[in-house]
Design a protein around this ligand. Structure first.
Ligand code: BYC
Length: 469
């Protein structure tokens, strides 16, 4: 018996050692996960000691345990937020009834699809970020990258736990498939669009963790409301880790902006001449990753979203902020495309739920962008980053068949093609950003194109040995 999974190896609060069926399923899956991690996880750093935070329990002092560890020895745990006795469905057709501890047969496929879609994004993002360690701007950033990577790995474990425990043989097969798809692969791509886009440099990595991880926050929050209690409790715990990922993104872009402003002042307004990134290029990458992430919310009008809400499986962001939780007969006023024209009209609320969630997400993104703009202003530079219209550059949903400017004005395809390079990164921009990506592995040193962080990790100084070389 080679691979025995103990509570020591897999920290958990799901009684792994007492659940022989789960233990057997995970014992079979875990070596495949490690193979996948070695094959597709961070390239080149597996034998180094990295200063990582590991969740060892769900208590406040237990989910933030810091130590130097080698990534393959990271203890990927399984944690659910503790059960609340007497919890009832918070929305949908079963509103007020006791939540489920098992999956009702009639919702099995819908539920499985949502869990698989969520699960698929986690390994996908690790694959997308695989090469970034070769060009890290500092040891601080390198460590943050690996922290994000191991936690995405843990989030995969969380979804696999649900598949193994509640979906029998189908679930085990889906868990294997999660390790078989590959980001960007022509034959076996990841399920959702943004997770097949390359994250080929650190500016894209910061934008990804700012915008795409924030989609994660909203999707997980909607699933955290679920009437399938194990799913809700799993997502609630995942959200505690998600906050750090968005911090890496938001503060990363903010540090780029600060450095760009400094270099503008040193060079009469041309940061590229001093090896920095101009603000217009930062804007293009924000346009790209924001719109790729908008696509992740699905179609504007969606019967799938209505079904998932009715079934009590996927709710709204912070459902208890709302007064009404059944949404029968209510409407959402939104822009739709009718006969080739944009019109504002009422859509039955349940069908509009992807758009409702996307709207909340956009507000959250705007709050982050406001903080970026404050940094630019504090540097004395007259420039603002703007979020483009939700209609611009869409590949999923109602707007995907038409073309819009970042201001939301409808244009024809030829105009879009001619002006695309003003709004989205060009091959030349991509080549320029890549040319800046030279690794800086000296303690306390920082690449020239990005400012140092305001403070280190876990109260440590910025020049701490976050990765032992
Ligand atoms: N790409 O009714 P529709 C994260 C499909 S990120 C490709 O419009 P629906 C993370 C859809 O599957 C959070 N296909 O939308 C972040 C459907 O297919 P079928 C991930 C897409 O069904 C960073 C059809 O189009 N979490 O955690 O409401 C790092 C029509 O669908 C896309 C989740 O996604 C797309 N973008 O889907 C690491 C939560 N969008 O049924 C991690 C779980 C839609 O016609 N998933 N389609 O074959 C869901 O809640 C829903 O599946 C969606 C919306 C949000 C994707």
């Amino acid at each position: 018996m080679g691979n025995v999974l103990t509570d020591e190896k897999i920290p958990n609060n799901v009684n792994l050692s007492g659940d022989k069926r789960l233990q057997r399923a995970l014992e079979e899956w875990q070596p495949h996960f490690i193979d996948w991690w070695k094959q597709m996880g961070p390239l080149g750093w597996q034998e180094r000691d990295i200063y990582l935070r590991t969740a060892v329990s769900v208590e406040t002092d237990g989910w933030a345990h810091f130590d130097h560890v080698k990534m393959p020895d990271y203890r990927w745990g399984i944690f659910l937020e503790p059960k609340k006795e007497g919890r009832t469905h918070g929305f949908g057709d079963f509103y007020g009834q006791p939540v489920w501890d098992e999956v009702p047969g009639e919702f099995r496929n819908l539920m499985k699809r949502l869990i698989v879609t969520q699960g698929d994004t986690e390994p996908a993002s690790v694959e997308q970020q695989r090469d970034l360690g070769a060009t890290a701007p500092s040891l601080y950033d390198l460590r943050n990258l690996f922290q994000v990577n191991v936690e995405e790995g843990r989030h995969l474990w969380a979804m696999v736990y649900l598949l193994h425990t509640y979906f029998g043989r189908d679930g085990r097969e889906e868990a294997e498939e999660l390790l078989a798809r590959r980001s960007g692969d022509a034959d076996k791509p990841r399920i959702l669009g943004a997770f097949n886009e390359p994250t080929s440099h650190w500016l894209s990595f910061y934008m990804f963790t700012m915008f795409t991880d924030r989609d994660g926050k909203y999707q997980l929050s909607a699933l955290a409301e679920s009437g399938f209690d194990p799913l809700a409790r799993t997502c609630r715990f995942m959200l505690t880790e998600e906050a750090h990922h968005m911090f890496v993104g938001e503060s990363g872009v903010q540090r780029v902006l600060k450095r760009s402003c400094e270099l503008m002042k040193e060079t009469d307004g041309d940061p590229r001449s001093a090896g920095g990134i101009d603000l217009a290029t930062v804007q293009k990458y924000a346009n790209l990753w924001f719109t790729l992430s908008l696509d992740l919310f699905g179609g504007e009008v969606s019967s799938n979203a209505a079904d998932a809400f009715a079934a009590g499986i996927k709710g709204r962001y912070k459902e208890d902020r709302y007064d009404e939780h059944k949404l029968v007969g209510s409407h959402f006023a939104m822009d739709v495309l009718e006969g080739g024209k944009v019109v504002h009209k009422d859509v039955p609320m349940r069908n509009a739920l992807n758009e409702v969630l996307r709207t909340e997400y956009i507000k959250d993104c705007q709050r982050g962008v406001d903080r970026w703009n404050k940094t630019i202003k504090d540097e004395g530079i007259d420039f603002e980053i703007k979020l483009p219209s939700h209609k611009f550059h869409r590949q999923i949903g109602m707007w995907s068949g038409s073309q819009f400017t970042p201001d939301g004005e409808m244009i024809d395809a030829a105009t879009f093609a001619a002006r695309r390079g003003e709004w989205l990164p060009t091959d030349a921009d991509e080549a320029y950003i890549k040319s800046l990506m030279k690794p800086v592995y000296e303690r306390g040193k920082m690449a020239n194109w990005v400012a140092p962080p305001a403070k280190g990790i876990n109260g440590l100084p910025e020049d701490f040995e976050y990765v032992r070389l």
